[in-house]
Design a protein around this ligand. Sequence first.
Ligand code: ZN
Length: 112
Amino acid sequence: MKRYTEIRDQTCQGIGCNRKATHSEIDHTVPWNRGGPTAVGNLVHLCKACHRLKHQSSFSTRQTPTGALTWTSPGGKIYTHEPANPIGSPTPAAPARPPLPPSTGRADPPPF
Ligand SMILES: [Zn+2]
């Protein structure tokens, strides 16, 4: 996930900020302790200063599936930072094994 978001974001997703993603921290847009998943659709790079701004001010943020981060200022002004490579979330992996056939209602034979 770290590498994926680095390729997508390239830079900090703060308002007008261009610090390299490799020198930034990864932030949960919806906080983990409020049910935000640890998934690329909820993670963005923020440098230390922008990360602090997000958590210690009245700015709020929203993230699109392509990684764009929209900031809303305390006064209601909206800023959107598009990622360098707006790619969506990776397709989920296929199930490891096929689903079981429907039950016939009879007891299955012992496995040995
Ligand atoms: Zn920044």
